[in-house]
Write a protein that binds this ligand. Structure first.
Ligand SMILES: [Zn+2]
Ligand SMILES: [Zn+2]
Ligand SMILES: [Zn+2]
Length: 484
């Protein structure tokens, strides 16, 4: 899932955090007192409009004509000069002069830049130019974000105190036990298993004599660590007159100072934010703020060679035993025709700005919530361990906290050791740990020993669902089996 939302005000919305476990922790922890919370900065800190920090970056002059294949000649360049001092921020739609809306239909300028000397062969599948990121040197210098490029830059969290002291909880939940099964349960489980295998005969399951049922327990330990990662990059989008929150509104908050809450705990989620006070409007670099670029199909000529007659204007046809030269009906003998893509103008709408001539550039913060899950299974019969993972059992123990303490009181030592080891290994240096959860499930496993005719064998019934595992079932091909 991914969703772009406006910056939250930092109030509420965290979800089911147990009271007292405290994220954000109270005092001393995160966030530091006075840190940016997404709300308005304190009075006095706001520099106010009319004090532009560097003002509109202006983007300079277009390059000399001919330097860029799609560049209109100098003189046709529209917009891009810096506005008068103090004019920033612009009233909506006032600057850039043509900004905010694509040029009206019918006003497509004629292409007059570089183009091939002759019409090109028509290729309806000629590759369109794709949107490109603005050049890095045109991006504003934003305090604290000087290393940001157009690719995601992962930012490890600043060091912070854990909300919980690393002490074992004074009182821990008691470990619960699981019920055992009867001979009737075991036989029903086996009959069900046999019925799911079309070639198996059910006679053995009906007639076998149980010699022993050995109830054992499998233990399934799971550790989850729910972490938050943050990365930033420059982003751009067509400028259509939307609000611009630039550096003149204040200092940009640090990437870890922006309040963001996951929609729910222990679930992966990605959310994007615009970092406050980093936005600006730049003339589109791809079309030099004209809204149009050279047509990719006719390379600006507005016409292409006729593909039917190869540009000659006539075709040779064989008719009544002789070759005859005829006018090409496709181009009416002209050898060329109008380009269908640009309708003869030689220019098409710029993909980068969508024809809006200007771009909004800003630093984008991407917050990624990830649930890391690892587990360990203790199962001591020949039943394959992985079968335990997907059946239900008794939750014998469950604990969640910002950092959990390894289990040390479970009667199965291997579970205590697995808890210790997995917790030690659950370190994610590029993430802030928001919450951990550990859980032990006890899954009943019954080894059912039986005698049938001269065979002595066994099968296993496991999980509250009474799933059956019987690899040695004696009647695996019933009489008269005719399955293709
Ligand atoms: Zn033709
Ligand atoms: Zn064209
Ligand atoms: Zn453009």
């Amino acid at each position: 899932m991914s969703e772009k939302t406006p910056l939250l005000s930092g109030q509420g919305g965290y979800g089911p955090v147990p009271s007292g476990s405290g994220y954000p922790p109270q005092g001393g922890g995160y966030p530091p007192q006075g840190a940016y919370q997404g709300g308005p900065p304190p009075a006095g800190a706001y520099p106010g409009p009319g004090q532009p920090q560097g003002g509109y970056p202006g983007a300079g002059q277009p390059p000399p004509a001919g330097a860029f294949p799609g560049a209109p000649p100098a003189g046709q360049y529209q917009g891009g000069g810096p506005p008068p001092q103090g004019a920033y921020p612009p009233p909506q739609g006032a600057y850039p002069p043509q900004g905010g809306a694509p040029p009206p239909a019918g006003s497509v300028p004629k292409y007059s830049g570089d183009m091939p000397n002759d019409d090109v062969m028509d290729d309806p599948n000629a590759a369109e130019s794709q949107p490109t990121a603005p050049p890095m040197e045109k991006m504003d210098q934003i305090g604290g974000y000087s290393n940001v490029g157009f690719n995601a830059n992962v930012l490890p969290p600043p060091s912070y105190e854990d909300a919980t002291k690393q002490q074992p909880p004074a009182e821990r939940q008691a470990i619960q036990n699981v019920p055992t099964i009867t001979e009737q349960d075991a036989r029903e489980a086996l009959l069900n298993y046999v019925s799911q295998n079309c070639c198996y005969g059910k006679g053995a399951a009906e007639d076998l004599k149980f010699t022993d049922l050995k109830s054992t327990s499998a233990f399934h330990y799971t550790l989850e660590t729910f972490g938050e990662g943050r990365s930033t990059c420059w982003a751009y989008e067509p400028y259509t007159g939307q609000m611009i929150d630039g550096p003149q509104n204040g200092t940009a908050p640090g990437p870890w100072d922006i309040a963001a809450s996951p929609p729910s705990l222990f679930q992966d989620y990605v959310q994007h934010f615009e970092v406050p006070h980093t936005a600006s409007v730049k003339p589109c670099h791809d079309c030099f703020s004209s809204g149009y670029v050279r047509c990719h199909r006719c390379f600006g000529r507005g016409r292409v060679r006729c593909s039917s007659c190869n540009g000659s204007g006539h075709v040779t046809r064989y008719h009544n035993g002789e070759h005859r030269r005829e006018h090409c009906t496709w181009c009416h003998g002209d050898g060329r025709r109008q380009c269908y893509t640009c309708h003869g103008n030689g220019m098409v709408i710029c993909k980068t700005c969508g024809g809006n001539r200007n771009l909004k550039c800003y630093i984008k913060l991407t917050v990624t919530w990830k649930n890391h899950v690892n587990d360990h299974i203790v199962e001591r019969t020949p039943l394959p361990d992985h079968l335990i993972r997907n059946v239900s059992g008794q939750i014998a123990f469950e604990e969640s906290n910002q950092k959990v303490w390894p289990i040390n009181h479970f009667h199965e030592r291997e579970i205590n050791e697995a808890s210790m080891r997995l917790i030690q290994n659950h370190l994610f240096p590029t993430e802030r740990v928001l919450m951990q959860r550990q859980r032990v499930r006890i899954v009943p496993v019954t080894q059912c020993m039986y005698k049938w005719k001269n065979t002595e064998s066994d099968f296993y019934v496991y999980g509250f669902e009474h799933h059956c595992y019987a690899p040695n079932y004696p009647q695996t091909c019933c009489c008269g089996c005719s399955i293709l």
